[in-house]
Design a protein around this ligand. Structure first.
Ligand SMILES: Nc1ncnc2c1ncn2[C@@H]1O[C@H](COP(=O)(O)OP(=O)(O)OP(=O)(O)O)[C@@H](O)[C@H]1O
Ligand SMILES: [Mg+2]
Length: 356
């Protein structure tokens, strides 16, 4: 039995189909991240699970039970939004306990629940303050606390960290992970930040244009992206995509004489003359002249701190390499970028699907 099951959910606004048949089954305790660019339907799907929007067709099940038509407050789900809308004139204590107060939970029991949540979130010392006396990160913790005290079956988060600055976002990300490891509640979390997705998720659903393009663990998504879209969405700098043509059981990089081997996990051997896309991650490239190499000409080198990101030309195509920071390079220098055969991902140029 799945903790949360989404069955063939479709949503149409007017004559536009926003969700085109979404199927996901989550085990209890999973942390699912819905990852995709703006407008792909992430919030729509989350709102349908919460009961804040109605699906055009399909089913949402918690445990054995369909929750379509069940009022949001009776769904055993708590949601945390990007704008955490706290009540400005209530203390942190009352903000966290507000839902319980509305449901007439006795004061002593409410106080215990609020203090438990505050302890988990490390905001016990702030309980008597008003929201205006809190930092952004502290306010976000209060909003999470409000969801926590309900002890829901499922937590939904819609971009909860996007209002925070980069450093705070990273801290809160770690907090959320710690919290999930402790509570083991099932989570569905929406973001367009691939790092958040990679670090938090037990599984990621990469969404595009109302569909799930790939559903898998973070390492499946990173190591074996199913499509060009997924390959370039996850990873920074993004995966290099080189236009290649099949030639005598190998790949020739278009516009050059450079030959790459075929990956050895191909289902069907491609035909001579076939146009493909070879993907290689920037971090899979090294500056060594032995083994498999691609000759390239350095165009720009950018030091980010932990690495030197080099943009270079392979014929007329651009390639990026993430190299150790102390690599000495000149503009225009000839480079020999080496890589392992396993680092090559092969995609069909037309359909964008992985070739293995
Ligand atoms: N009430 C509505 N009426 C008509 N169209 C809508 C409505 N709500 C959402 N849409 C459309 O549905 C699509 C998906 O919207 P949704 O809010 O789910 O995207 P999202 O993936 O959450 O994007 P973002 O990352 O920008 O929040 C968008 O094209 C949006 O314009
Ligand atoms: Mg959204």
């Amino acid at each position: 039995m799945s903790a949360l099951e989404i069955v063939n959910i479709r949503k149409t606004y007017g004559d536009v189909e926003t969700l085109k048949g979404i199927d996901i089954a989550l085990e209890s305790g999973e942390f699912l991240v819905l990852l995709g660019s703006s407008g792909c339907g992430k919030s729509t799907l989350l709102n349908i699970i919460a009961g804040l929007a109605e699906a055009t067709s399909g089913d949402v099940r918690i445990g054995e039970r369909s929750i379509i038509g069940v009022h949001p407050k009776d769904r055993d789900i708590a949601m945390v939004f990007q704008s955490y809308a706290l009540y400005p004139n209530l203390t942190v204590h009352r903000n966290i306990g507000f839902g319980l107060e509305m449901r007439k939970v006795p004061a002593a029991e409410r106080d215990r629940a609020v203090r438990d949540a505050a302890r988990l979130l490390q905001i016990e010392s702030l309980l008597e303050r008003k929201p205006s006396q809190l930092s952004g990160g502290q306010r976000q913790r209060v909003a999470i606390g409000r969801a926590l005290v309900r002890k829901p079956e499922v937590f939904l988060f819609d971009e909860p960290l996007s209002n925070l600055d980069a450093k705070l976002r990273m801290e809160m990300r770690t907090e959320l992970k710690r919290l999930h490891q402790m509570l083991k509640t099932t989570v569905v979390y929406v973001t367009h930040d691939q790092i958040e997705a990679m670090t938090l998720a037990t599984r990621i659903a990469v969404m595009r244009d109302g569909r799930i393009e790939q559903l898998g663990t973070p390492s499946e998504i990173y190591d074996r992206p199913a499509t060009l879209y997924v390959a370039t969405f996850v990873g920074a700098p993004p995966m290099n995509l080189l236009k290649v043509t099949v030639h005598s059981n190998a790949l020739r990089i278009d516009g050059t004489e450079t030959i790459l081997p075929l990956p050895d996990d191909l289902g069907m051997p491609p035909k001579d003359g076939q146009k493909l896309i070879a993907g290689i991650r920037p971090e899979a490239l090294r500056l060594v002249s032995s083994g498999l190499t691609i000759p390239a000409k350095c165009e720009v080198a950018e030091l980010t701190g932990p690495e030197l990101v080099v943009t270079a030309f392979v014929g007329t195509q651009r390639i990026m390499a993430a190299l150790p920071p102390r690599t000495a390079l000149q503009n225009g220098q000839q480079l020999s970028l080496s890589f392992d055969r396993e680092a090559i991902h092969l995609f069909d140029a037309e359909s964008g699907w992985r070739c293995s």
